[in-house]
Design a protein around this ligand. Structure first.
Ligand SMILES: [Fe+2]
Length: 450
């Protein structure tokens, strides 16, 4: 049995296939845009390698797009068949993918945890778990997983710096900004092109209110982002957040057009409605809109993409963003049709569908109600689910926009108690007090004026 870069036994037909696998894994960990091409190279080297099909199915699932789920299921079934004569670890990977594609997210998470208990150097199991736990709003699981494998890792194991980037982000989302910054900077010192580590530190700088440092950080690292995947767009979105806080809204719009929603860019064109791009775009335009900055036809473009994805609830956190596009472009009927389709999809079994039905849909409905001039209804819809909103996934920095929706509804409805709840959330997460945060300051003075 051959072994990969981290020492895992892999059923692969040749040393060439193992080299292609290692190249694929480093491309996956490094958010390289050519990761799909690396997968093709692996399949060309060994079409019977179970882990190649695990990655094929995982890439389909990572798009959080309902249209790709059948391909993921097919890949899971192929992987399971081929893994029957492979290692238990590879069989477990096939099982995790199968569970993921079937919507059994808890099973997928626990299967990856089981792999890591025996194989703490399995970077693919770790990263899949890290990523899915993040999009399930489980920072505590991300941190627990990081803590469990960390003793097995040091600089002698290939991909150590990529792991440090994950440890950093897990710490950041758990509120441990000091450890996050230490690990993130250590990862960048080892590999300045590590996008996930750059991202983790950008989060630290956002949460600790260090905009100038955030701009300097992203400026210094930007030359290393060539060839990166859509995570580069998200890094530019973070850069725009720093400018937004400084009141530099023209710069924010310029970054929108040139850096994270450039429709002429091949990366945008390749997956024009990718969930992370949609989140970046809608949440930034929404923030600008609240500050009185118009977006012109940009909303229309997003609303068109939203209409084409009616009822796709795979990415719970994206739902409110689709709704922002409908609300801001005045497409009420399309928004209502979207929600009807989503309600139907959420009637399926499973914890994810339940979360969508109980949390994502009320929040999404609230966005339409608030924009339609029904702020009291928006407050009533969101109030009962505020405590679970983080389970939709997304970081504190991303969740911020949902709390801004609630804040606006509370202010418009004259509900100071509700507004204070939003202000308390902001104060508990961000070092900069609401009275000095862009988009929060006027509500902060209103809420204490009574
Ligand atoms: Fe982020």
């Amino acid at each position: 049995m051959r072994r990969d870069a981290q020492g895992q036994a892999v059923r692969m037909a040749s040393d060439e296939a193992v080299a292609a696998w290692n190249h694929l894994v480093s491309g996956y960990l490094g958010y390289r845009a050519d990761a799909p091409a690396r997968l093709k190279a692996l399949l060309a080297a060994d079409a019977e390698a179970p882990m190649a099909h695990v990655m094929r199915g995982s890439f389909a699932m990572l798009a959080f797009n309902r249209a790709y789920v059948p391909a993921a299921r097919e890949a899971a079934s192929t992987a399971a068949r081929l893994a029957a004569s492979a290692t238990p670890r590879e069989q477990a990977h096939a099982a995790a993918l199968s569970a993921w594609a079937d919507g059994a997210l808890e099973t997928a998470l626990s299967t990856w945890r089981g792999i890591l208990a025996e194989h703490p150097h399995d970077v693919v199991a770790f990263r899949m778990h890290h990523f899915l736990a993040f999009w399930m709003g489980r920072p505590e699981e991300m941190a627990a997983s990081a803590a469990s494998v960390r003793p097995a890792w040091d600089a002698s194991v290939p991909a150590h710096s990529a792991m440090l980037g994950c440890f950093a982000f897990a710490a950041e989302e758990s509120g441990d900004q000091v450890s996050a910054e230490r690990d993130g900077r250590a990862a960048i010192a080892s590999d300045p092109g590590d996008l996930w580590a750059a991202h983790a530190v950008a989060h630290v700088l956002e949460m600790t209110g260090r905009e100038e440092e955030g701009i300097a950080w992203t400026s210094a690292l930007e030359p290393h982002w060539e060839g990166g995947s859509q995570l580069v767009h998200h890094l530019w979105w973070h850069r725009a957040l720093f400018h937004l806080q400084r009141g530099e809204t023209e710069t924010v719009l310029a970054l929108y057009d040139r850096r994270f929603r450039d429709l002429a860019s091949p990366l945008v064109a390749s997956h024009a409605d990718l969930y992370i791009d949609m989140q970046n775009a809608a949440s930034m335009l929404w923030r600008l809109r609240r500050l009185g900055v118009g977006a012109g036809p940009r909303w229309e473009e997003l609303a068109d993409k939203a209409e084409a994805r009616a009822g796709d609830i795979l990415s719970a956190f994206t739902l409110p963003h689709w709704m922002m596009a409908f609300a801001a472009s005045g497409r009420w009927e399309a928004g209502c049709r979207w929600l009807d389709a989503a309600h139907q999809a959420a009637e399926g079994e499973g914890a994810h569908a339940e979360l969508v039905g109980q949390v994502a849909l009320p929040v999404s409905q609230a966005i339409l109600e608030q924009a339609r001039g029904e702020p009291a209804r928006a407050v009533a819809l969101m109030k009962p689910v505020l405590g679970r909103m983080h389970r939709l996934g997304g970081s504190h920095a991303q969740q911020d926009v949902l709390w801004q929706v609630f804040l606006d509804a509370a202010v418009a409805a004259g509900d100071r108690e509700a507004a204070r709840r939003a202000l308390e959330w902001s104060a508990s997460r961000f070092a900069t007090p609401p009275a000095r945060r862009a988009g929060w300051a006027s509500a902060a003075s209103w809420a204490v004026a009574a």
